[in-house]
Design a binder for this molecule. Structure first.
Ligand code: ADP
Ligand code: ADP
Length: 229
């Protein structure tokens, strides 16, 4: 997998409020780095910058030494699979939503991804709320169900780079455990950035960064951080 590097990244949405204040870290090829920290610390901002929903104010983000600003949006998004906190689905069937990003996938592959993410039961359904014509196929999905659709899409896409932004936060504990293991399988040997609220969900990360007030306050293995309290 590729190497991701954040080099002295600064970012603000609004001039008067700095969100990231000099964040530097590396995700080595095929490794998993987790960013944890309190709500509002700037964790999701890191994932949005890597995916280029926004660009850094100063500093730079590179993938295999190449500044992400020099990569086309299209190839960047082909390389990255992102499971965001709040998934917005396309106005089409769940199967379409899972296939998005891998239009070449066979029905069998789509079904297998759906099974692993536990959305196989409503794969033909249409997410309700967009289309008044959907009739009986219309289905109102919960936040957790939408999250599972995004996970199925990412499992199918099996990208070189994974961004899991509180990817299982809307799931109950039992479902979370099962789907986490499906995600772990995809993440193996992929360069992975995990955003999490709690330290307990990132036990296996190769390194954990604790983000506080827009800066990396601590970093280490899970055990090191537990010992420091
Ligand atoms: P975390 O993921 O650690 O909870 P975020 O990166 O989502 O934090 O947000 C960091 C800060 O930036 C928060 O105070 C949030 O309110 C603010 N913020 C997030 N998105 C925007 C935006 N689009 N415009 C302005 N402020 C934002
Ligand atoms: P493209 O530019 O190739 O059309 P998109 O940027 O529309 O691709 O989407 C690429 C991936 O990013 C999709 O898997 C989609 O789920 C995700 N994505 C795009 N926009 C959002 C968004 N606003 N919130 C969450 N996920 C998004």
């Amino acid at each position: 997998g590729p190497v991701i590097r954040f080099e002295d990244v600064h970012f603000h949405y609004d001039e008067d409020r700095k969100i990231l204040k000099g964040v530097s870290f590396e995700v080595p090829a095929g490794k998993t780095i987790a960013v944890v920290g309190p709500s509002g610390a700037g964790k999701s901002t890191i994932s949005r910058l890597l995916y280029r929903f926004y660009d850094v104010t100063s500093g730079r983000i590179t993938i295999d030494e190449q500044d992400v600003r020099d990569v086309t949006q299209k190839s960047l998004r082909a390389a990255i699979g992102m499971v965001p906190q709040d998934t917005v689905l396309f106005n089409d069937s769940i199967a379409y939503n899972i296939r998005y990003g891998r239009p070449d996938a066979t029905d069998e592959e789509v079904r297998e991804a759906a099974r692993l993410a536990q959305v196989a039961d409503f794969i033909e359904a249409l997410p309700r709320g967009y289309d008044t014509e959907v009739g009986e196929r219309g289905l109102k999905l919960s936040g957790g169900e939408k999250q599972r659709v995004a996970i199925a899409r990412t499992i199918l896409k099996s990208p070189e780079i994974l961004i899991l932004d509180e990817a299982t936060s809307a799931l109950d504990t039992a479902t979370e455990r099962e789907i986490q293991s499906a995600l772990d399988t995809v993440a193996r040997d992929r360069t992975t950035l995990v955003i999490a609220h709690r330290l307990s969900t990132v036990v296996d990360a190769d390194e954990i960064l604790v983000l506080r007030d827009g800066q990396v306050a601590e970093r280490g293995k899970h055990q090191d951080l537990l010992e420091q309290g």
